[in-house]
Each structure stands twice: as structure tokens, then as C-alpha cells.
Design a protein around this ligand. Structure first.
Ligand SMILES: Cc1cc2nc3c(=O)[nH]c(=O)nc-3n(C[C@H](O)[C@H](O)[C@H](O)COP(=O)(O)O)c2cc1C
Length: 170
């Protein structure tokens, strides 16, 4: 069985913590966890199923390692790949840019032929604007807010992983 490639970036360790919970939920034997800091386009090419995780910084910018990798990322061919995204953000402090990074990365995945699963309802969040919302009522991926709603994180992750399985993500 081919593994899931989980590519992530984290400035202060919050996304990294979510990654370790996700790896436990999915099964450590099923996932390769790769810090985008060390990643190459070839590594992305090696997986048919990808999980991409990142935080958003400085008014709607990509987490720093994703930001540095972004030019290369835009060259990845996502044809026949299934991709799920998750983003960390602060819906109160940065309400106009909530998890924008998910929208920026996810838009490239779609433009380059990838299929996105794991879309997540915007219900239960309060924010002004988000680049991660391409269809009304839906984020392009899971939204995690450790700054304002940490008590909801575990349940959201469990629900999302169950949803991914139902959507044939494995
Ligand atoms: C200076 C600063 C800028 C931020 N900008 C945004 C933003 O534009 N949008 C957002 O949703 N969250 C923003 N955040 C919140 C972070 O994304 C959030 O705290 C996240 O959990 C950090 O994850 P990391 O440690 O994995 O990088 C910002 C936080 C800081 C301190």
C-alpha cells in the first residue's frame, strides 16, 4: 500500500502539534510526515495522496517555509492526486485573513489538476474573510484555531479524519 505524504510547515510549533495528532489518528504506518522546510518537488511527485498543513502569518501570508517553497510548489503536477488541506489561524486576531494559506495553496492544487477532499463547513467559526472560502459556507480544508477554540481541536480532527476515510482518502 502506498503511503500518504503529509507535508507541513510550522513557525511556532502549533501546526507541528496538530500533525502529530493527525499521524496518530490516521496511523503512523500509513503516513510519511515531511517538513516543507526540507522538501523537494520530487518528494511531492512520489505520493498519490497528500495531506498539506500550514499556518497563516502576517495578514494572509503563507507560513515561512511554505512561502519559501511556493515557487517550486506552483510547478507540481497534481493530476491524479487526491489532496486534503488543513490550516491553523486566529479567527479573532486576524479575522480578515483567517487561514488564508489554505486558500492560496489549495488554489494551486486545483489549478494544477488535483482533486481536493476534506472540505469543512464554516459554521462554528467567526471571521470576516478567508481566501480558504471558495464556495459559500465551506473552507477548502479543515480550519483549526488553537488561539481561540483549542477545546474544539480534538473533536474537529477526529471528525475530519473520519470524513476523509468516507471520501476515499487513504
Ligand atoms: C504576527 C502574527 C500574524 C498572524 N497572521 C495570521 C493571519 O493572517 N491569519 C490567520 O488566520 N492567523 C494568523 N496568525 C495566527 C497563527 O496562524 C496561529 O497562531 C497558528 O496557530 C500558528 O501556527 P504555527 O506555530 O504552526 O506557525 C498570526 C499570528 C501572529 C503571531
Amino acid at each position: 500500500m502506498k503511503k500518504i505524504g503529509l507535508f507541513w510547515g510550522s513557525d511556532t510549533g502549533m501546526t507541528e502539534e496538530i500533525v502529530s495528532i493527525l499521524v496518530d489518528l490516521i496511523g503512523a504506518d500509513k503516513v510519511d510526515s515531511i517538513n516543507v522546510f526540507n522538501a523537494s518537488v520530487e518528494q511531492f511527485d512520489a505520493y498519490d495522496t497528500l495531506l498539506l498543513g500550514l499556518s497563516t502569518w502576517y495578514d494572509g501570508e503563507l507560513q515561512s517555509d511554505w512561502d519559501e517553497f511556493f515557487e517550486s510548489f506552483q510547478q507540481i503536477d497534481f493530476t491524479d492526486k487526491t489532496v486534503a488541506l488543513f490550516g491553523l489561524g486566529d479567527q479573532e486576531g486576524y479575522a480578515e485573513y483567517f487561514i488564508d494559506g489554505v486558500g492560496i495553496i489549495g488554489t494551486i492544487v486545483q489549478q494544477n489538476g488535483g482533486k481536493i477532499v476534506g472540505k469543512w463547513k464554516t459554521e462554528g467559526y467567526e471571521y470576516e474573510a478567508s481566501k480558504a472560502v471558495l464556495e459559500e459556507g465551506w473552507f477548502l480544508g479543515l480550519a483549526i484555531d488553537e488561539d481561540n477554540q483549542p477545546q474544539q481541536t480534538d473533536e474537529r480532527l477526529e471528525q475530519w479524519v473520519a470524513q476523509l476515510k468516507e471520501e476515499g482518502f487513504h
